[in-house]
Ligand binder design. Structure first.
Ligand code: SF4
Length: 323
């Protein structure tokens, strides 16, 4: 019997009302599932809607953004219906999140130990002393050699990589079932990036978490993900497993992303080879949203909008070439 998904996102639409006439459709009809223990990557350029998708799952989209439609089913419950109070019990406990720049997520005026202990005490009935002991234990797990001292240090006393380790300690403190990692290593040096991604992967296995990994870096996807969803213009345009994504990509956008992967000598500007830009989310064309950048565009592509279709088991594509 197939296992029930851990997370099921159905028809998610998160819009931002810019003014009376303009609405930015940042996430515009997104469906996907994540199974327990699985790492799923959400890939795309900036402006594709991947970060707003993750913030929607946590219900952290700021005004004027709003979830206009859809369901986010987690543990059998639709989080879209949850109040702020109900969500605060889910965030950090069942679903944890780490961000690109830990300095914005960590509070500069509290010690690392206080911030880990605060999460523990909010979600578990433990004393301050127990929380401190557990904080030191967690700091050791994520690789702090002097955890007894680090627990009393402030975020600014740590390097970027160490701050991200501290964020991971906070994230795993309450044994979440799902970890959302939004570009967790983009702000770090290349050598530190690999250490943090390896640590996340180790923690995922140790604590049996599922991971939603938001990234623009297909190298990271190849190394760490089981499945990948490629996002463009607020929608998923291709979804498949890692082997097929790299061996048999279908959507012209995915093919463009793969072709623009740098050689070992060229580390930067990974997505630079696809000409043009993601269309603004307040004025999507009526046809395919990739049409003005697509080398295979046909007349039909300008006229109507393609659906996401399963072209073989476990491989979905939104493109008229595969109808
Ligand atoms: Fe290109 Fe047309 Fe496919 Fe869009 S639907 S990706 S324009 S071929």
């Amino acid at each position: 019997m197939a296992q029930a998904p851990l997370l099921e996102v159905k028809g998610l639409r998160t819009y931002f009302k810019i003014d009376k006439e303009k609405v930015a459709k940042a996430v515009d009809g997104v469906d996907f599932t994540i199974n327990p223990g699985e790492t799923v990557a959400l890939v795309g350029e900036s402006g594709s809607g991947k970060s707003i998708t993750s913030l929607s799952i946590m219900k952290l989209v700021g005004k004027p953004g709003k979830i206009e439609d859809g369901q986010i089913i987690f543990g059998g419950k639709n989080l879209v219906d949850y109040s702020d109070r109900q969500m605060s019990k889910v965030r950090g406990k069942d679903i944890a999140m780490i961000f690109q720049e830990p300095m914005t997520a960590l509070n500069p005026v509290y010690t690392i130990g206080t911030q880990i202990a605060e999460t523990l005490m909010r979600h578990k009935k433990i004393s301050k002393a127990e929380a401190r002991t557990k904080a030191i234990e967690l700091l050791k797990i994520v690789g702090f050699p002097r955890a007894e001292a680090t627990v009393d240090e402030y975020p600014h006393q740590l390097s970027g990589g160490m701050r991200q380790r501290a964020m991971i300690a906070i994230a795993i403190s309450c044994d979440p079932k799902l970890l959302i990692a939004d570009e967790p290593t983009t702000a770090l040096d290349v050598t530190i990036q690999a250490q943090i991604l390896d640590l996340m992967d180790d923690m995922k296995k140790k604590f049996n978490m599922a991971v939603l990994l938001i990234t623009h870096d297909l190298g990271v996807v190849a190394e760490y993900a089981d499945r990948v969803m490629v996002m463009y213009g607020g929608q998923i345009v291709e979804e498949t497993d890692i082997e097929r994504l790299f061996d048999k990509p279908k959507h012209p956008y995915t093919i463009g992303l793969l072709e623009s992967l740098p050689s070992l000598e060229k580390e930067v500007d990974r997505l630079g080879a696809i000409k043009g830009m993601v269309p603004p989310s307040h004025s999507f064309p009526k046809g395919c949203r990739f049409a003005d950048r697509c080398p295979s565009a046909m007349a039909k592509c300008l006229e109507s909008h393609p659906e996401l279709l399963e072209i073989e088991t476990g491989h979905k594509v939104r493109c008229y070439l595969y109808e």
